[in-house]
Write a protein that binds this ligand. Structure first.
Ligand SMILES: Nc1ncnc2c1ncn2[C@@H]1O[C@H](COP(=O)(O)OP(=O)(O)OP(=O)(O)O)[C@@H](O)[C@H]1O
Length: 249
């Protein structure tokens, strides 16, 4: 149960969902009564056409967006804002350019109330875990795209979250770096047992990484299909089926 995530009748309409104007009405729903459960330690890819609400699902679990109706629970507790039990990695790293790699990771640990030496120790350990021990004192501008994304991953993992939310994290990387990052992520996931929700546009990436693929679609977004992936190499028939589901309205 520790990192289980449940979406219970989750509906989101922007305009009616933002904290400051909650209660506003009239906005078109983006998500409509989504029911999903992600087991603790599972790795789920969310696939779907652009605009169907994949990022909105992640942002709601992260606590950045509030549901219009329904709720999200993590380990049985309703989400009521961002928290250290959930780490997020975006496509565009979102690193502070004036901080070093270590400084970026340490900054993310501040809200945990850890001492300075402990933040430093954890930041260096997380950077070592993603293979970036050598780059710890470099600034983002001195790092390649793949290295920056390693920093972002270290930053998300350093707080030892129960849930890792990843929004097209490797979309901006070249093919070789992307494959390396996928391997690293699988390795970290197997080692840590974190629950992963991974948004991607790429069916092959979803099939290579996840143990489950949820296809979202429509407007408002809803669940079109939910596939448990068998262990072993990706199944070409399943790939064809998912491609068809992605093309459907
Ligand atoms: N902060 C926001 N305010 C208003 N509308 C938003 C906001 N964020 C997203 N939307 C709208 O909600 C819908 C779903 O967006 P979302 O980013 O969740 O989809 P997505 O499936 O992740 O898309 P993509 O694959 O293109 O990233 C879109 O119509 C988008 O314009």
């Amino acid at each position: 149960m520790s990192g289980s995530v449940r979406l219970e009748g989750l509906s989101v309409s922007y305009g009616g969902t933002r904290r400051r104007n909650a209660g506003a009405s009239g906005a078109a729903p983006v998500l409509d009564a989504i029911e999903l459960e992600f087991a603790s330690g599972s790795f789920t890819a969310l696939l779907g056409p652009s605009g169907c609400g994949k990022s909105t699902v992640l942002n709601t679990v992260a606590g950045f967006v509030r549901p219009t109706a329904g709720r999200v629970t993590v380990a049985g507790t309703p989400v009521d804002g961002p928290g250290p039990d959930r780490g997020m990695v975006f496509q565009h790293y979102a690193l502070f350019p004036w901080r070093t790699a270590r400084g970026n990771v340490e900054f993310a640990l501040k809200r945990l109330g850890l001492s300075r030496p402990e933040r430093r120790r954890r930041a260096l350990a997380a950077l070592a875990e993603v293979g970036l021990a050598e780059g710890a004192e470099k600034h983002p501008a001195q790092l390649s795209g793949g290295m920056r994304q390693r920093v972002a991953l270290a930053r998300a993992l350093a707080a030892e979250p129960e849930v890792l939310l990843m929004d097209e994290p490797f979309g901006a990387l070249d093919a070789l770096t992307r494959t390396r990052m996928q391997e690293l992520l699988r390795e970290l996931w197997q080692r840590t047992g974190t629950t992963v929700l991974f948004v991607t546009h790429d069916i092959d990436e979803a099939l290579a990484l996840a143990d489950r693929v949820v296809v979202l679609g429509g407007s408002p977004g809803r669940v079109l299909a939910d596939h448990a992936l068998p262990a072993g190499p990706p199944d070409p028939d399943l790939r064809t089926l998912i491609a068809r589901q992605l093309g459907s309205p």
